[in-house]
Design a protein around this ligand. Structure first.
Ligand code: PBG
Length: 328
């Protein structure tokens, strides 16, 4: 038998690249950067090889390293010098993210996104305000106060915009957060600052290494009463529709690899740009296997990012950003 169709004809060098359907480009990538107000030295993050927490004084230098690889955007996360019940350092004018943003915006050409959440700033590590009497797991499950938290998220977003953030990214999965932040930004004359909503964010065990990195693990309980149940697919559409109605500009799915079906669903349902967050656990597991000599790190990193693009992501937040951009 002599096959007429031979897909192998187009897999040869010379034509292979021309017919490739998907690309990863440095301009698609956003590099997370951790700024730490508790230290004056760069501190390696053990669970995320190659990443460090840097003091505010080093934020510009750190972002310049990112820019040198060809990546043009960073997402800033902060570790505050102190925490309290309401997370008040999250919206302080001299807070760690605000200080870092101000410097990076003034001294570099980076596009600066900021994470808008409370979990790194509250003493209990939850993404919102708790009922006064919630001091244990069972109570905390029920008592992150959604609407009271919204006011704080609005204040945080405005404080980031005032410092010079180009885009804000709320990650707390409070109902109504995008609408509140939009209103707050508009009222403060930041109607040009877009919102990237962590729109479909799942309650995932893949965030483990990040919680070490940003010191944001809940002191008790978990986040399953506000982040999405990994079992749910249709609910993601519903969540995202709400964010779209409230004015979200970019829609994020998080994590990425175990949720590529959701990335595809959003690609098909919405015309907005879709972002995928290739989270800390996805990074750590490839590193761990590569360290054992079981996988080729560069190859699997690129293949992972390609799968997100193929699923329909336009942008990717990834700890591999610098390495992959450099390799490209
Ligand atoms: C804060 C936040 C988290 C991540 C990004 N923003 C942690 C969480 O929800 O527990 C996780 C990122 C990662 O794992 O890389 N709400």
């Amino acid at each position: 038998m002599n096959p007429i169709d031979r897909p192998r004809r187009l897999r040869r060098d010379g034509i292979r690249e021309m017919v490739s359907e998907t690309d990863v480009d440095a301009s698609d990538l956003i590099a997370p950067v951790f700024v730490d107000a508790t230290t004056d030295e760069r501190t390696p993050i053990e669970t995320m090889p190659g990443h460090e927490r840097v003091p505010v004084e080093q934020a510009v230098a750190r972002v310049e390293e990112v820019l040198e690889t060809g990546v043009e955007a960073v997402m800033l996360f902060g570790i505050p010098e102190s925490k309290d019940e309401r997370g008040s350092r999250a919206w302080a004018e001299d807070g760690v993210v605000q200080e870092a943003t101000r410097r990076v915006a003034a001294e570099t050409d980076a596009y600066v996104l900021t994470d808008v959440c409370l979990c790194e700033y509250t003493s209990h590590g939850h993404c919102g305000v708790l009922e006064d009497d919630a001091r244990n797991e069972a109570e905390a499950r029920l008592t992150v106060k959604n609407d009271e938290t919204l006011d704080l998220l609005g204040k945080i977003a405005v404080s980031h915009a005032e410092a010079g953030a180009d885009m804000v990214a709320p990650s707390g999965m409070m109902d109504g957060m995008v609408g509140t932040i939009r209103e707050s930004l508009d009222a403060a004359e930041f109607s040009d600052v877009p919102i990237m909503s962590y729109a479909a964010k799942y309650e995932s065990a893949f965030y483990g290494p990040f919680r070490d990195a940003a010191d944001g693990a809940p002191a008790f309980g978990d986040r399953r009463h506000y982040q999405m149940d990994p079992a749910n697919r249709r609910e993601a559409i519903r969540e995202v529709e709400l964010d779209v109605a409230q004015g979200a500009d970019v829609l994020m799915v998080k994590p990425a690899l175990p949720y590529l079906d959701i990335v595809r669903d959003l690609r098909e349902e919405f015309d907005h740009p879709i972002a995928a967050y290739n989270v800390s656990g996805e990074y750590a597991m490839l590193h761990a296997a590569a360290e054992k000599g079981w996988l080729d790190l560069e190859e699997v990193a690129l293949e992972s990012l390609l799968s997100m693009k193929r699923a329909g992501a336009d942008l990717i937040l990834t700890y591999f950003a610098e390495d992959v951009a450099y390799a490209l």
